[in-house]
Design a binder for this molecule. Structure first.
Ligand code: G4P
Length: 532
């Protein structure tokens, strides 16, 4: 890291997109421009090595989707980028949601032939909840595309988001000549840029009327460009940085990730405009990135990254202060202090010990189950960052164990997997079988596969009569009594989550509604914030 102690050099972001829009390709090209990797294909090669280590990724491979969340750090000029990968599949929405709590901005990749697709929209809505600024990359301009004006309108209308083109495409598909750079008044030529990681050829010009342009892109396309740019400048006023930073306006770049085109413009744009690490909300106060004391929160836990060791890595976003390796930090949820001796940075070339890091950085902390999603670590202050939720699962299944002698083993395995935050486990108050709760069915496949390969446990999932779960709590003066009475009367419909918090397992909507009517003093929550 160049400037270890200056958080303003950090840009922590995620890429959101519908599967197949080009997120993997763009990631790879960003890393290439960032000089983090030297050979195209490294992202995939690394993925394959990791797959060899982690069996559950076979599912990912077989289905051709990306289900894990990883962090990659790379440098470009004087800026350090932390890129958080979000799983593209809708089944993993709560994991994705938590990842998006750890970024300061996002890049939305859109396929130029398809426009806004279902998953793009969902992920965008998550970003909007937190006013995360979005930069848009309209990808695959080297193919037949939709009309750029139409695409711009679609983004504005479907997402209710103001837009502002930063570049404008000249031609498309086979006739794609490049983009007109609206900020610097120059033509970025597509020809000659197929060199991987190459710097595009620029044709400096005196505005869009410059006759040099016609020589290079042809008279016809030049006439169209002049017309387009006049319209563009009429429709979209100049880029408004404040509006972007507040999450109301998205700058739009056109390009082709596959052909390395437009990636540098995007990266330059992120470097210049993307926000530096923002303040984070804790229960008691806002925590500013330039505060002296270290604080951070865990947004993801990944277990068994190396099956030879039962290791577990907690991904923590640093929110303030300058963290130094070996520091003692307080886990405010458990009130225990831990020495962070081997924190890891995840560069695309591999892991490295993190000696020092600042707000916006993501470090991996190896641990044996002491750190959980939602935990806050601080240099002593009793703070708790908010907004890192669990969502009520919509699929609840009973776990049937192949070998009943392994019940204890199953308990440990389920608890451990639940701590990663990808699945939830409930123990019914009556009966001995475990119930797992997930948001989408794909998680069940992953769970089954991981139980078999990482824990040597053969399990099946059986349907239950439950349709959803609600966390149960009470607030009034007699809250303990209220809860106790509710539990006594409803034991058959109750379970406990891994924190021993009571959970109401609803058989149908009517059932839930009746419980809510009958027990007005009890709160039934669909979302639970992790932590205390
Ligand atoms: P994802 O992570 O968003 O799911 O998308 P990914 O990058 O894997 O890209 C999906 C497909 O689109 C890939 O083709 C990829 O090569 C292609 N692609 C990505 N960017 C561009 C682009 O700018 N132009 C064109 N023409 N194609 C692009 P594939 O055939 O499915 O995979 P592969 O065999 O090429 O790896």
């Amino acid at each position: 890291m160049d400037d270890l102690n200056d958080y303003t050099t950090r840009r922590t972001f995620a890429i959101i997109s519908h599967p197949d829009a080009g997120k993997t390709t763009l990631t790879e090209k960003l890393l290439l421009f960032g000089g983090a990797i030297h050979l195209a294909g490294d992202v995939k090669a690394k993925g394959n090595r990791r797959r060899a280590h982690s069996d559950w990724m076979k599912i990912e491979q077989a289905r051709g989707i990306s289900v894990t969340t990883s962090v990659m750090t790379f440098e470009y000029e004087d800026v350090t980028f932390n890129l958080l990968d979000t799983p593209g599949h809708e089944d993993f929405s709560d994991d994705t949601y938590r990842t998006l709590t750890a970024v300061d901005s996002a890049v939305m990749v859109i396929d130029a032939a398809k426009g806004i697709e279902a998953q793009t929209r969902k992920l965008f809505e998550v970003c909007r909840l937190r006013d995360v600024p979005i930069t848009t990359f309209v990808n695959k301009m080297d193919r037949e595309t939709r009309d750029p004006f139409e695409l711009m309108d679609e983004i504005t209308e479907m997402l209710a988001l103001d837009t502002c083109p930063m570049t404008w495409p000249v031609g498309q598909g086979r006739d794609f000549k490049g983009c007109y750079d609206l900020v610097n008044d120059q033509m970025i030529l597509f020809e000659g840029t197929s060199k991987r990681g190459g710097i595009p050829d620029i044709l400096p010009c005196q505005g869009v009327d410059d006759p040099k342009l016609a020589e290079v892109i042809g008279v016809e396309l030049h006439a169209k460009l002049k017309e387009d740019i006049e319209m563009v400048r009429g429709i979209w006023p100049q880029f408004d940085l404040d509006s972007y930073r507040q999450g109301h306006l998205s700058p739009i770049y056109f390009g082709s990730a596959l052909k390395d085109f437009g990636v540098k413009d995007l990266l330059d744009g992120l470097k210049e405009f993307a926000p530096v690490p923002r303040s984070q909300t804790a229960e008691s106060r806002e925590v500013k990135p330039d505060e002296g004391k270290v604080s951070g929160f865990v947004f993801k836990v990944q277990a068994n990254m190396d099956p030879k060791h039962r290791d577990r890595v907690a991904f923590m976003r640093i929110c303030s202060g300058t963290f130094k390796r070996g520091m003692k930090l307080l886990n405010t949820a458990s009130n225990k202090t831990m020495t962070v001796a081997s924190p890891i940075f995840f560069f695309s070339q591999g892991r490295e010990l993190a000696e020092s890091c600042v707000a916006g950085d993501i470090i991996g902390i190896p641990n044996h189950g002491t750190l959980r999603v939602g935990d806050t670590l601080s240099e002593g202050e009793d703070i708790m960052f908010t907004g890192i939720p669990d969502f009520a699962p919509e699929i609840l299944r009973r776990v049937r164990l192949g070998d009943p002698m392994k019940a204890k083993h199953l308990q440990r395995a389920l608890e451990s997997l639940a701590e990663e935050g990808v699945t939830q486990v409930f123990r019914p108050m009556l009966g001995a079988d475990w119930i797992v709760g997930v948001v989408g069915t794909l998680q069940l496949d992953v769970l089954k596969d991981r139980l078999l390969h990482e824990y040597n446990l053969e399990v099946d999932f059986e349907n239950t009569q439950y349709i959803t779960a609600r966390w149960v709590s009470a607030q009034g003066e007699n809250k303990h009594d209220d809860i106790r009475k509710f539990i006594e009367a409803n034991r058959a419909s109750l379970g406990e989550d891994r924190d021993k918090t009571p959970v109401y397992l609803a058989r149908n909507a009517w059932d839930l509604d009746r419980a809510q009517q009958d027990y007005k003093e009890i709160k039934f929550s669909e979302v639970r914030e992790r932590g205390r």
